[in-house]
Design a protein around this ligand. Sequence first.
Ligand code: TRP
Length: 343
Amino acid sequence: MTEPSPRNSHETRVFSGVQPTGQLHLGNYLGALSKFVKLQDQHECVFCVVDLHAITVPQKRNVLAENSRQISAAFLACGLDPEKATIFVQSSVPAHAELAWILSCTARMGWLERMTQFKDKAGKDAERSSVGLFSYPVLQAADILAYQATHVPVGDDQKQHLELSRDIAARFNRDYDAPEFFPLPEPLIQGPGARIMSLKDGSVKMSKSDPSDLSRINLNDSPEQITKKFKKARTDPDGVPQEVEGLAGRDGADNLVAIYAALAEISKADVLRQFGGQGWGVFKPALADLAVAKLSPIAERLAQFNNDPAELDRVLRAGADKANAISEPVMQKVREIVGFWRP
Ligand code: TRP
């Protein structure tokens, strides 16, 4: 390298991605989107709908496109503001795929072979899974590094991938003698992570792939559906305890209290101070009312985007332009660092 790598103009830059697979639910909102909304006021933020990641497993073209639209709309409906943050769809910005290739020549086979998510997703028949599923975490590293992002909000399940992104960044900087070119991205762990569980089984995460729709609150559920689902949520014969210790070993009860706490942005202890000693017949309708108050404006905005697809297109195209304006100068440097000749 002839000149020192450009120290980034930004102090911190946050990057995160969400896969366009199916509907978003309350767990996604409390675990990720509501946090993104707070982050956009504190940091420069880049939020991406990661459709390139989605095709690591088979997808139907119309379904994939529709899911990308839905997640994009949900980003905006939840309060992500294109004036504050950069919001876009991954495949509309070429840097991701290009950098993923370059970084796949930096990452080592052995590093990827240790990834537990690949082992979980590929199952017994790893030989038949796509090469893309294996190199998925390299694409994730490219997402982050194409923006020279410094911080990534992550749940527990993504910690190992972020660790790998750091290893790839460090190795690239070293192999190409470009000290500090890529910042080593750090996890951003925000408060006690709200891990929202299924309403039917408090021992498994709320999930869009659960066959029972009663197990989750979708962001576009009507007030009636929300009320009905909480009413049918699994609890136990004991009522709402007075103290947090009283939730131990009662995962259904614990989940409902945790949801209330997360929606109201108070502690579980505060929820129990308010409802301790009451029956679920009192607590559940109060929880449903709170959820409806928080979610119905989101459902309304989602419906607006669905009624005006041109507006959604416009916002996401502008987001892609913004993303490109950040990542393309980084890629120009990368090409130079690697030694590509551009005649
Ligand atoms: N792998 C992440 C998930 O499944 C999604 C993702 C893709 C991501 N690229 C990212 C998350 C970059 C954070 C940063 O949740």
